[in-house]
Design a protein around this ligand. Structure first.
Ligand code: GLN
Length: 198
């Protein structure tokens, strides 16, 4: 049985673990370098990307995550997690005071932080996802928008056919919404397909 590591520095890692439980998938909270051993996939949860990235640096986990990715381990970034694994982060003017950092560059996309608006602009939307039969009811909270996706990046779902919200490149999956906050484990199941096919 595969074990999924869930980066447990900040954000909604507990909700991801609960969702994996519904699929009877073993999970492990990851906070230090030596915990990356014996995991078969990694989830980087939503939360606050600046805080998560700062903690990744403090706990010196950056190279470990990059090396898992290079070895082909499936990695899934949700919301803040998607920002962290992107190639570039586009900041808008209101975020000028925010500490800037280089994301991990695991997937060939650029993301615009908080581009869907502030907390009050959070919304829910039914999306058609490649590989799923019925629409998926997705929750967006201060979500990032993908402003560029490279030619090798597959778009698995978009809003209004124009705004990609789930994308995949090789072993990296990203979603700008929060599947862990629903009762629907089908996106976690899609990630598990990537882990099991490896
Ligand atoms: N806006 C947050 C950030 O930039 C992400 C929000 C989320 O993960 N729900 O980190």
């Amino acid at each position: 049985m595969p074990v999924i590591g869930v980066l447990a520095l900040q954000g909604d890692f507990v909700e991801h673990i609960n969702m994996l439980d519904t699929l009877e998938v073993n999970s492990k909270e990851i906070r230090s370098k030596n915990q990356f051993k014996n995991i078969d996939g990694l989830i980087i949860p939503g939360g606050e990307s600046t805080s998560i990235m700062r903690l990744i640096e403090i706990f010196d986990l950056k190279n470990e995550i990059i090396s898992c990715s290079k070895k082909g381990m499936p990695i899934w970034g949700t919301c803040a997690g998607m920002i962290i694994v992107a190639q570039n982060i586009i900041h808008n003017e209101s975020q000028d005071k925010v500490r800037k950092y280089d994301p991990l560059n695991l997937i060939d996309i650029d993301v615009n932080r908080n581009a869907f608006g502030r907390q009050i602009d959070s919304f829910e939307h039914d999306i058609d996802v490649e590989g799923l039969h019925d629409p998926y009811h997705s929750i967006f909270i201060r979500a990032p928008q993908v402003s560029r996706a490279g030619k090798n990046v597959e778009i698995l779902a978009s809003i209004n056919k124009t705004k990609p919200v789930i994308l995949k490149q090789d072993n990296i999956l990203v979603s700008s919404f929060h599947p862990e906050l629903t009762n629907d484990n089908r996106i976690h199941n899609l990630f598990m397909q990537m882990v099991l096919r490896r």
